[in-house]
Every structure is written in structure tokens, then in C-alpha cells.
Design a protein around this ligand. Structure first.
Ligand SMILES: *Cc1c(COP(=O)(O)O)cnc(C)c1O
Length: 518
């Protein structure tokens, strides 16, 4: 395998003896792509600028005395570099993205068109309210839809992601307890929870305690009741949960929690499964984040730009973070600060992710109330179709229908010498992004598949056919197909742990290129 000078492997090894590695590292019209610093020369530039006549400056010792070291590329070189990089990313616009617990659904182009309207896209967050009445009206309307769909009286729009929303909810809960002089210490979280739940509770300063799971994949009520007590500040429960199952005892869970004087934080990442059908307020929820990128079709980015608004019950609403939109005789306004209010503060500079607000409201309004209900129904139908098609071969840890995602374990792979990881890597060779692997942790070798409502039956069938064919190969002992997979991807199996633990974040030239240019 060839390495770049930063130690990054570039060329794939031979797929098989009969297929040699390419000579250039390119593959089927896809070129191998170096880093931009390896690509661009110091000596050239893509633009033709006049020598600046700066005269004397005040920088003194701080003036740069070496070249800045930016790579120079012509316009086509720069453009191609980024287009080639984009081809290395899988995307929802390329194919099905079956990650469970992530709800990777189609991003309608109408959303993009609306978000690019100059009246939304060209605003500055410091403009006077009188000049952004339309944007504030849009935020007000989004808040109205979120409150109506959840049945909750208040919403904080500013959190920037689901995890940020969890932080918002727990800060409101902490503020509510503190306002009563009730310094509670513990937060209870089920064993199947997403990692952000215990991380958030710990970040806010709580001790985290795990709630056991029943044999059918739900919260163990007996264990919850035993662990609730006067020092429990909140429970954090995902519904439908991360096993793709509706918590049947959710009303009783809420009742027990409130009886103990604690609040019920609901992780709303799976709202896509129940939107338009179930109002979390009716279940006894006190706070819930809504990942606009999971339920309301805004793009997932690498950690952003997201939006995770948090709906709050009447008990928590007084502690909501600023700012919020108000509507009075003078039109719309943004409340930034209220003297003497119980608000716990702010979650972010300014007001949140405007571009995501526009996209989410566009999605809501283009579907209407009945369309949003159908979203949930179709998402659940599609997941159950997958579960039914694959269950003959793959094993599901929990019987019965699922909600929006179908969970399998690795019991069916026993004796094949193929692991969940091998199976997922072989899916890449077949042109499919793998499902979520090894999550939730409570299921051995978990494979969590979420098709969403936006995939057609034909596409879901193609996906199931590929999985069934691979499963057949695994059972037939074709182990080589799995152990070395992916064979056809630009890069093979990477040391993901090393990459996460010791990321190389800074490029340094091997050759003293900068020195040479001086
Ligand atoms: C995605 C997810 C989160 C975190 O949301 P982000 O928007 O990625 O921060 C939390 N809980 C569950 C169950 C999730 O699926």
C-alpha cells in the first residue's frame, strides 16, 4: 500500500490476484486526491492581484517575515479538489443511508430554495428587530408548530443539536430544583440510552445511574421505582427507545418520576416515529429536544449546522433560556434579557440556526398536519417491512413489531466467523452504506436499520435483496468476502481508534517546502 507523506494510505491493495492495484491510485474515473497542501504549489496563485502598496505598518516585530504558506491553485484545480473530496463522502443524495438512531431522510430541495431566499439568507443577527419582522414571524410560526405537535406550552429554539438540547433541558431542570432550594444529585438513564444522555447529565454535575432493561427491550419499571428517590433530579428516557420500541409503560414511568419530585426528560431523537400521532405532553414529558435534522428533514452536517429546539412543560417554562420571540402591537421582537426572570441564561450567541428553522418550517408546511402524521406511519411501516423481510435469516433480539427502526443482533452469524463489522464492511462493496453497528450496546453485535419514510419500496427491496444475498454468502462459508472487505472502497479498513485517539490535525511538509520558498 502506498502512503502519503503524512502516513495516510492512498492506493487500495489488489482486490484479488487477478485485479492489480491501479498504477496511479485512481479508480474508475475517480482520482486519488492528495491534501490541498500537497496539491498546491507555494509559487503560484489562482488570482492575479496587484502588488499592494501598504506603506509603513504598525506591526513592528509582529510583521510576517516568511511566506504565509497557503497552497496556490488555479480555479479548476481548486474546484476539482473539492468536488473530488465530495465524491469520497457518502450522502443521502447518493443512496439510502440506513443508520438507525440517526433518521437520515431526504432533504427536500424546496427547503433549500426557501433557505436561500435573500430575506432569510442575507440577514445579520444584529439587525434591528424592525428590519427582520419576517424572520421573527417564521421563528414564531416554527415554535407554534413544535408546541402544537408536542402539546407543550413552551419551546427554546436556540440549542444547536440534540445533545445541546439535552444540556438545555437539564439546565432548566437544575434551575427548577435550585429555585426550590432542592439540591438533587442523581439522574437515571436506561442502559440502552444514547451516549449523549449520561454525558449531558454528568456535564451538568449529576451522578448518573443506570436503569435496567426488561427482556422485551423496555425500561424495567421495578428497577426504576427502586432507584427513584428524593435525590433524583430527573430521568432521561428515549421514546420510542433506541431498540426501536415504544415504551408501553411511559405514562406510568412519568407518574412514578413526578411522584418522586423528579422531572421527565424525554430524548426526542426518535420523534420521527410518532410525529403527528402522539403528543409527548400527553405522556407526562417535562422537557424534550427535537432534532430538526432527524424529524424535520434539515441536513445532517458533521456536527453541525444543526438545531435541537427543546419543548418545555409549564413547570419548566419559567427557566427557559433567552432569547425568545414575542408578538405585540409593535410587531415581533426578540426578548434577550428579562430583569429578575428565572431564565437560566443563554445556550448560544444570538438566536439559533436560522437556516435550519427555515428548512424545518418549509418541511412542516409542505406536509401539513395530515402529511406529518403520514410521515410517522410510513416510517414505521417501512421499518417493519424490513424487519419482516430480513427476519427469516437475521435474528431480532425482541419479538413483535418495531417502530421506525429494525434491530437485529449477531446470533444468526454464530459459527460463520463473520462479525457484525465484517458484514457491515461487505455492504460497502455492494454499494450500501452500513446500518448503525454495535448500538444500542445492550444488544450483542447490534445492527440497527432505519429506512425512514422517504425511501420507496423498490429501494428498500434492493437493500433487503443485497443483505439477504450477503447473509447467504456468510452462511455458505464465503468468509473471504467479508474478512477483507471493503475491497472496492478507496480506502480499506482504517484504524478508527487510532484516528480518534491520535488525530493528525496539522499538516507538516516533509520536504522543507516553506523554507525552500523563502
Ligand atoms: C442523535 C441522537 C442524539 C444526539 O443528537 P445530536 O443532534 O446528534 O446531538 C441523542 N439521542 C439519540 C437517541 C439520538 O439518536
Amino acid at each position: 500500500m502506498t502512503m502519503l507523506n503524512v502516513g495516510r494510505p492512498t492506493r487500495p491493495e489488489a482486490v484479488a490476484q487477478s485485479q492489480p492495484a491501479t498504477l496511479t491510485g485512481g479508480r474508475g474515473l475517480l482520482q486519488d486526491e492528495p491534501l490541498i497542501f500537497e496539491l498546491g504549489g507555494w509559487e503560484k496563485t489562482g488570482v492575479d492581484l496587484a502588488e499592494p502598496d501598504l506603506g509603513a505598518d504598525d506591526l513592528g516585530d509582529l510583521a510576517r517575515n516568511a511566506p504565509i504558506g497557503l497552497p496556490g491553485l488555479s480555479e479548476p484545480e481548486a474546484l476539482r479538489h473539492y468536488v473530488r473530496l465530495s465524491q469520497k463522502n457518502h450522502a443521502i443524495d447518493l443512496a439510502l443511508y440506513p443508520l438507525g438512531s440517526c433518521t437520515m431522510k431526504h432533504n427536500p430541495r424546496l427547503n433549500e430554495k426557501m433557505a436561500r431566499l435573500a430575506g432569510f439568507a442575507d440577514l445579520h443577527p444584529l439587525q434591528p428587530a424592525s428590519t427582520i419582522q419576517g424572520a421573527l414571524a417564521l421563528m414564531d410560526q416554527l415554535a407554534h408548530w413544535l408546541k402544537t405537535l408536542t402539546g407543550m406550552p413552551a419551546v427554546a429554539l436556540s440549542p444547536k443539536a440534540g445533545a445541546h438540547g439535552e444540556l438545555c433541558g437539564l439546565l432548566a431542570i437544575r434551575a427548577a430544583h435550585e429555585a426550590r432550594g432542592d439540591a438533587r444529585k442523581r439522574v437515571l438513564v436506561p442502559s440502552s440510552a444514547h451516549g449523549t444522555n449520561p454525558a449531558t447529565a454528568a456535564f451538568v454535575g449529576y451522578a448518573v445511574e443506570e436503569i435496567a432493561q426488561t427482556a422485551d427491550g423496555r425500561v424495567d419499571l421495578g428497577d426504576l421505582a427502586a432507584k427513584l428517590g428524593p435525590d433524583v433530579a430527573a430521568i432521561m428516557v428515549t421514546n420510542p427507545n433506541t431498540c426501536g420500541l415504544f415504551e408501553r409503560d411511559i405514562v406510568e414511568i412519568a407518574r412514578l418520576t413526578h411522584e418522586a419530585g423528579a422531572y421527565f426528560y424525554c430524548d426526542g431523537a426518535n420523534f420521527n416515529a410518532i410525529v403527528g400521532r402522539v403528543r409527548p405532553a400527553d405522556l407526562g414529558v417535562d422537557a424534550m429536544h427535537i432534532n430538526l435534522h432527524k424529524t424535520f428533514s434539515t441536513p445532517h452536517g458533521g456536527g453541525g449546522p444543526g438545531a435541537g429546539p427543546v419543548v418545555l412543560s409549564a413547570a419548566l417554562a419559567p427557566y427557559a433560556p433567552t432569547p425568545w420571540v414575542v408578538h405585540g402591537e409593535a410587531g415581533f421582537g426578540l426578548v434577550e434579557h428579562v430583569e429578575g426572570s428565572a431564565s437560566f441564561g443563554r445556550m448560544s450567541a444570538f438566536h439559533g440556526q436560522m437556516g435550519m428553522f427555515v428548512r424545518a418550517l418549509t418541511y412542516m408546511m409542505s406536509h401539513g398536519a395530515d402529511g406529518l402524521r403520514q410521515v410517522a406511519e410510513d416510517a414505521v411501516l417501512n421499518a417493519n417491512y424490513i424487519k419482516a423481510r430480513l427476519s427469516g435469516v437475521m435474528t431480532a433480539p425482541f419479538d413483535g413489531p418495531c417502530m421506525h427502526e429494525a434491530l437485529f443482533d449477531d446470533a444468526w452469524l454464530e459459527g460463520t466467523d463473520v462479525s457484525t463489522l465484517d458484514f457491515a464492511k461487505a455492504m460497502i462493496d455492494e454499494g450500501f452504506h452500513p446500518m448503525t453497528m454495535y448500538f444500542p450496546l445492550v444488544v450483542h453485535g447490534a445492527m440497527l436499520i432505519e429506512p425512514t419514510e422517504t425511501e420507496s419500496k423498490a429501494e428498500i427491496d434492493r437493500f433487503c435483496d443485497a443483505l439477504l444475498a450477503l447473509a447467504g454468502a456468510a452462511k455458505a462459508g464465503d468468509v473471504d468476502r467479508f474478512k477483507g472487505a471493503p475491497f472496492h472502497a478507496p480506502l480499506r479498513r482504517l484504524d478508527e481508534t487510532l484516528a480518534a485517539r491520535k488525530p493528525k490535525l496539522r499538516w507538516k511538509p516533509e520536504e522543507p517546502a516553506l523554507a525552500a520558498a523563502e
